[in-house]
Write a protein that binds this ligand. Structure first.
Ligand SMILES: NC(=O)c1ccc[n+]([C@@H]2O[C@H](COP(=O)([O-])OP(=O)(O)OC[C@H]3O[C@@H](n4cnc5c(N)ncnc54)[C@H](OP(=O)(O)O)[C@@H]3O)[C@@H](O)[C@H]2O)c1
Length: 239
């Protein structure tokens, strides 16, 4: 990693994103954390990221402004870590004006905006997209289908990409309560630990949950690894 590098983190305020910003700064990488103006905790995260030595960017989504912003910044690495959840989209739909929040209107549309902005650069950055385990063509699961749509867009539009498919991302440092996810991860991890003891180590390593800090370490390592270019990284490779 050198001072010539500039990492742009979209979804910086998220559980994974905030650890990615921290990890990049720990390696001395010039970092631009994207924090949208409408973010519930705009001040908290802007202050926290500045304290880490990161710059803040609030380019608005949906206005085609990312292309211009990327042309100014010329990022060498882009981390696409944003997304909604089914529960959050449902909650926000109650007060939304215009298009209802969904995997399509948030995960797919906004990540596609980043892909287009990256593709328009003369020197293509490494584009790291945080996908999900189980992403595959033809899936009937709407979340995984949206991940597949984004992965396909990344592959079609860019040459320098890394797609990462983790299992549950969770840990005691997650400040948003996600009871279903936490219970699912805890139960799953217990069963998988047993399976690992009985010899099913590959199964355990693929499906057990990962903490934001561990995932961030792997994402930053992969982003700067020339051999990770054009690769899909499965959960067990993130350990
Ligand atoms: N959690 C898991 O177990 C898991 C597993 C596999 C893959 N993934 C995927 O990995 C990614 C990161 O997960 P995470 O758990 O770290 O995410 P998270 O904590 O839920 O953070 C989500 C990020 O997306 C942004 N976002 C949400 N709605 C938005 C909107 N309407 N407009 C603009 N930005 C919006 C949030 O920004 P604000 O703070 O401004 O709202 C935040 O930065 C997600 O795409 C998720 O689908 C998650």
């Amino acid at each position: 990693m050198s001072t010539a590098e500039l990492a742009f983190v979209a979804g910086a305020t998220g559980y994974t994103g905030r650890s990615v910003v921290r990890e990049l700064r720990a390696h001395g990488v010039r970092t631009v954390a994207h924090v949208r103006r409408e973010s519930r905790e705009f001040e908290r995260w802007s202050t926290a990221f500045r304290e880490l030595g990161s710059e803040i960017d609030s380019t608005p989504w949906g206005a085609g402004a990312f292309e211009r912003r990327f042309a100014e910044l010329r990022p060498t690495h882009v981390f696409a870590l944003l997304g909604t959840t089914w529960a959050r989209a449902r909650r926000e739909a109650r007060t939304a004006r215009g298009e209802k929040p969904s995997y399509q209107s948030i995960d797919v549309a906004l990540t596609t905006e980043l892909v287009r902005a990256a593709a328009a650069l003369a020197h293509e950055p490494r584009f790291v997209f945080l996908s999900s385990i189980g992403t595959a063509p033809g899936t009937r699961n709407p979340y995984r289908a949206s991940r597949w749509r984004i992965e396909s867009t990344v592959r079609e539009a860019l040459d320098d990409w890394t797609l990462v498919r983790p299992s549950f991302i969770t840990g005691p440092d997650r400040d948003e309560r996600r009871l279903g996810e936490t219970l699912g991860a805890a139960t799953g991890d217990a069963v998988l630990a047993l399976a690992g003891l009985l010899g099913a180590r590959r199964l355990r390593d693929r499906y057990r949950s990962i903490r934001g800090t561990d995932l961030a370490r792997a994402l930053v390592r992969l982003a700067f690894d020339p051999t990770a270019r054009g690769r899909v990284i499965h959960a067990e490779e993130l350990r």
